[in-house]
Write a new protein. Structure first.
Length: 161
């Protein structure tokens, strides 16, 4: 496992800033599948700068009653894979069972209260404005422990292959 470099952290921070800038006030769920935005091959073009407007992005319903907005998914010209999405997680629900993966994740909480487990240990609840960092290959999971939907962005960065 490689340590994150300053460059890796900066790429993640730039992605978080871009996502936060377009997200304000976007809580409705459009009905078009998110896959309609993806070009052939499933990746967004990452070689051109642009603004991702949440008001123009479709959402996909999740099996747990929530929804997700795919923002970006692809490999940057510098070689890092980046994926970003927003999720609405209903009260009492998990997005999926605890898992681990080689990429690094940042979870930016917009609304609600979630409990995050890291390597099987529940952390104190995180709320609006909190950022959760999960290192590569660490088991992690999340549950909405609040009484209203939780809205959060996930920014995932890693090397592919």
């Amino acid at each position: 496992m490689e340590a994150m470099t300053r460059r890796d952290v900066m790429v993640a921070m730039m992605a978080m800033a871009a996502v936060a800038g377009v997200a304000e006030g976007q809580n409705s769920m459009p009905q078009t599948p998110a896959t309609a935005l993806l070009p052939k091959g499933g990746d967004f073009p990452t070689d051109k700068s642009r603004i991702f407007r949440m008001s123009e992005m479709p959402a996909t319903p999740n099996a747990n009653g929530g929804w997700g907005w795919a923002v970006i998914h692809g490999t940057l010209p510098t070689g890092e894979f980046v994926e970003c999405h927003e999720t609405m997680l209903p009260p009492g629900k998990m997005p999926h069972p605890p898992h681990q993966h080689p990429n690094t994740e940042l979870v930016l909480i917009r609304e609600g209260k979630v409990e995050y487990s890291i390597a099987g240990v529940a952390q104190p609840p995180a709320g609006p404005g909190d950022v959760i960092f999960t290192a590569s290959n660490v088991m992690h999971g999340m549950t909405n422990v609040g009484d209203k939907p939780a809205l959060y962005f996930v920014v995932s960065v890693g090397k592919q292959g």
